[in-house]
Design a binder for this molecule. Sequence first.
Ligand code: FUB
Ligand code: ZN
Length: 680
Amino acid sequence: MDKTKFTTPIPLSEIQIMDNFWKNEMELVRTEVIPYQWAALNDSVEGAAPSYCMRNFKIAGKMNREKQQKGASYIEPKYTFRGFEALPENPDKLEDKFYGFVFQDSDFSKWIEAVGYSLTQHPDAELERLADSAIDIVCAAQQDDGYLDTYYIINGKDKIFTNLRDHHELYCFGHLVEGAVAYYQATGKTKLLHAAERFADYIYDYFGEDEDKCKGYPGHEIAEMALVRLYEATGSKKYLELSSFFINQRGTKPYYFDTEGHPDEKSDADGLRYFYHQAHLPVREQTEAVGHAVRAAYLYSGMADVARLADDESLFTACERLWDNIVNKKMYITGAIGATHMGEAFSFEYDLPNDTAYAETCASIGLVFFARRMLEIKPDAKYANVMERALYNGVLSGMALDGKSFFYVNPLEVNPTACRKDERKFHVKPVRQKWFGCACCPPNIARLISSVGSYAYTESDDTLFVHLYIGGKLTKNVNGTDVDVNISSQFPWEGNVEIKVRAGHTKFRLALRIPDWCGLDASKGWELENADRFNIEEKDGYIYLSKQWADEDTINLKFAMEVRLMSASTAVREDIGKAALTRGPLVYCLEEADNGKNLHLLSVKAENNFEISDGKICDTFIKKITAQGVRENEQSVDGLYGPLTARRGNDVTLTYIPYYTWANRGENEMQVWTRIDYND
Ligand code: FUB
Ligand code: ZN
């Protein structure tokens, strides 16, 4: 690997996001999602499924206090399995038991992570006080030996780490670490970080190469990348070692999950469960992205981290292979991944159904994580292009424009009747939900949006990379001199970008991504004002600019944001003969609210004069696009079937809106891929 190409994300404390578009999203997270989520964690949202998350921590803390008081006479509970989601026998009479999904602790961790990021952009003493009090509750549950997972603390520690495959202890641990590092980096406070380190030390002593140590690895990945983060935050090498161990161990034989014994289970002749957990092969031999999509994206992110830090070429090659497999064969145009709800998983190559898609919000988020980590190793725009695609489409669609409701599943075509009547589509909801019993997605969006700056820019010694044109101010130190960079843009609506640089007399370089949607042809796709002022090098989809910097230099760039009708590979059966509309980073869709019922009757003319105009959806500014289309005559056939005749239809104007804004005007049909009308 070429280490000179490595880049690092800029700490959020050195970035101020000023962008109209993203600032608005971040404010929604700060003012709506974070408080709502806190209420949800404390079971105080009327009508929402209780989370029991903070309650579980409180019970575990209470047990801890009792143990300290009673000393040797304290009797630890003996483990009994009460279900993957343990619900109270009588909801009106809760007992001192663990309730909720086995991974309920992770909801707190994602919340505290989002809070940490949010504080870097918007200091808020009251929120910080609340977060500190939550941290006190969580830390009070930690065992003397460092163990911290309320599911086993409450149900019985005698069975810890006995069901790595399903019970998410290492997943909760990973989220705890991510939250703890984020909160520490935002506030400098170490209480939660120390708790996470103590748990990490416990896990380090338990798992590893040494003969007497457990050879297991996480059933749901995330610990891999979290441990790397902990290593980078603390400098303690053992965390990196443990992450490598988990990665290298996965898929080796005998399969660890078999050795755990899952007697209640039918035999798994096809080995599908190994695929589900990406444990079917050692990771370096994996060539196809398979199994549970969130798990996979988190694993690949951890692999990229370890590849970079351990200078592990073969691991990086595996990451590249898996990346290419996803984006060339398994990704929706929206940057969504995970085509089937069976196991919330990747389907086979090119199987990308629009109306039964799973396309979990968390999976797109995982793809963003993976992309950023690949960019840290190799700044190639192919990663940033996908990161942008996923962010503006598959991720943002997960949250309503008012920040008050969420999608778990992000289909590309919806017929509300089918969602209610067709069992194969029960997972698809035609409107966003307030919250979920399994509430993985909303807090995941919250942590990603509030840290979006760390995806937009990375740096190497003398170069600042702008991967996403998100407006913000940042400072970079080049050989002891502070370089200030101020970026402003009207993305995703307009392609103009202005960058003001104060670089003194440093050897500073700016690397600016040329988005794939504007084409790489400088004469058409993008324009740099007064380009002859700069030394310009074009490489891997970036323009590298340098010059003898003045006190302040202004760079003006313009990317052509044309409306494009996109088609899919002919291998994607579902999209053949259809087109999707995009403009800039946004994928557009048709919605019933603008185009009437029965969207399947519509087709879009291949030759088109698109018109772009300003509009609003629920008070949120958007650019909508109108196009010429045809609405098929409903009486084209007499009865259910009839002889083929020339289809008849009427010319209509189609109105497209950004995909991420759909379902904000009540329940209705939606469609991304529309049939193409090739006639004049
Ligand atoms: O298992 C924990 C989380 O819940 C997964 O990441 C999501 O896919 C959901 O199943
Ligand atoms: Zn999710």
